[in-house]
Every structure is written in structure tokens, then in C-alpha cells.
Design a protein around this ligand. Structure first.
Ligand code: HEM
Length: 127
């Protein structure tokens, strides 16, 4: 069996279920709703492409959209540390919902945490 990358270990079907479970939470999270589009269909499609390549699968995101430049693509949105934590908690809850294998979950979340921290571009509102 070919399980040379986290993508192979996870499988496309489960990755897609994970991304859907994740955006279901994003679409209900009070910290995240204000910056995401109402219709998450296209966001979901792009995130499936991105996470496929992030986990070592085929470069689906880059083939269609070019270099990810994630920090630059996130600059139009005010991403605070609170929002980064909200994003990560939606992801962890989604991983639990789809019952991701514990070791896969830990490694994946660790990498996502680093990426999420890198996306922070706005200080907390002091009000
Ligand atoms: C797009 C928020 C972290 C990957 C977006 C969009 C928002 C957003 C508002 C635009 C959605 C749209 O217009 O469809 C956030 C917030 C984060 C975060 C608040 C918290 C830190 C991440 C992380 C990753 C990521 C950690 C990757 C591991 C992407 C991708 C897109 C995207 C691939 C689509 C970019 C495109 O338009 O091609 N994000 N994001 N984001 N995000 Fe994030």
C-alpha cells in the first residue's frame, strides 16, 4: 500500500470530509464569519486543493492558482491572533469529527499552527 505521504495516509475522501466539516464550523464561528464569504463553496474547493498539496499530494492548488503566497493572499483580511486560534480550533474540532488518526492529527495540526501564526497580520482591537 502506498502511504508515503500524509496525503496518501489520509486519503482524498477523508481530506474532503475534513475540509467540509471545517468550513461548516468556520461558517458558524462568530470571530470568523465577518471575514469569510457567505457562500463558502469556492473557498472549500480551493482549500481541498491546497491541503492536498500541503500534505504531499499532487499540486492541485498551484496548477490552477499559481504559487500559494498564503500570507499575501490573506492580507486583505484582518487576521488577529484570536482569529488564528479560532481557525485552529475549528480545524481541531473537524479533525475530531471525522476521526482523524491521532498521529496524523498531531503532525498536521502542528504544521497548521505554524502556518496560521504566519497569517496573523493585525493586532487585537483594544476596546
Ligand atoms: C483563503 C481566513 C489560515 C489557507 C482565506 C480567506 C479568508 C481566510 C477570509 C478568503 C476566503 C475566500 O475569499 O474564499 C483565514 C484565517 C486564518 C487562515 C482567519 C487564521 C490564521 C489559513 C491557513 C491556511 C489557509 C493556516 C493553510 C494551511 C487558505 C487558502 C485560501 C484561504 C488556500 C484560498 C486562497 C485563494 O483565494 O486562492 N483564508 N485563513 N488559511 N486560506 Fe485562509
Amino acid at each position: 500500500e502506498n502511504i508515503n505521504t500524509p496525503f496518501d495516509a489520509l486519503g482524498e475522501e477523508k481530506l474532503h470530509l475534513l475540509v467540509e466539516a471545517f468550513y461548516k464550523r468556520v461558517g458558524q464561528h462568530p470571530e470568523l464569519v465577518p471575514i469569510f464569504p457567505d457562500d463558502l463553496t469556492e473557498t472549500i474547493r480551493k482549500q481541498k486543493q491546497f491541503l492536498t498539496q500541503f500534505l504531499g499530494g499532487p499540486p492541485l492548488y498551484t496548477s490552477e492558482h499559481g504559487h500559494p503566497m498564503l500570507r499575501a493572499r490573506h492580507l486583505p483580511f484582518a487576521i488577529t491572533m484570536t482569529r488564528a486560534k479560532a481557525w485552529l480550533s475549528c480545524m481541531e474540532d473537524a479533525m475530531n469529527e471525522v476521526e482523524l488518526d491521532t498521529r496524523l492529527k498531531e503532525g498536521f495540526l502542528e504544521r497548521l499552527t505554524l502556518t496560521a501564526q504566519h497569517m496573523v497580520n493585525t493586532p487585537e482591537k483594544d476596546e
